[in-house]
Design a protein around this ligand. Sequence first.
Ligand code: SF4
Length: 111
Amino acid sequence: MTPDDYAEIAKRLDRLARVPDEVLAEVVTREGLCFWMFDRDEMPDLSGKDAPDRELASWMCAGCPVIDECLELELRTAGDHTVGVWGALAETDRRAVHRLWRWRRDRGGAR
Ligand code: SF4
């Protein structure tokens, strides 16, 4: 992924800035593919291994209807300490998005 990709993702999430945490959590747990297609607890722990993490994210989240909501919620709750696969991104990619997402929110980019 490129810096432009990260910036575009952060910008895309602006539309969710005013959605309460509990609404995001409810939507993600109800509609997220990984919450009903398979058991996340049975997946291998690939945190810290970037390439496999990206492959897993690509495979696991393909077709999920709540990718943005999942990513928004993870950025809010875990922030820069995010690990594993959420929002169709590997943790290193999510941390890069988080910096730009935080910057936008701090400057009212969501308005
Ligand atoms: S985006 Fe990925 S991690 Fe998030 S709910 Fe969908 S399948 Fe699960």
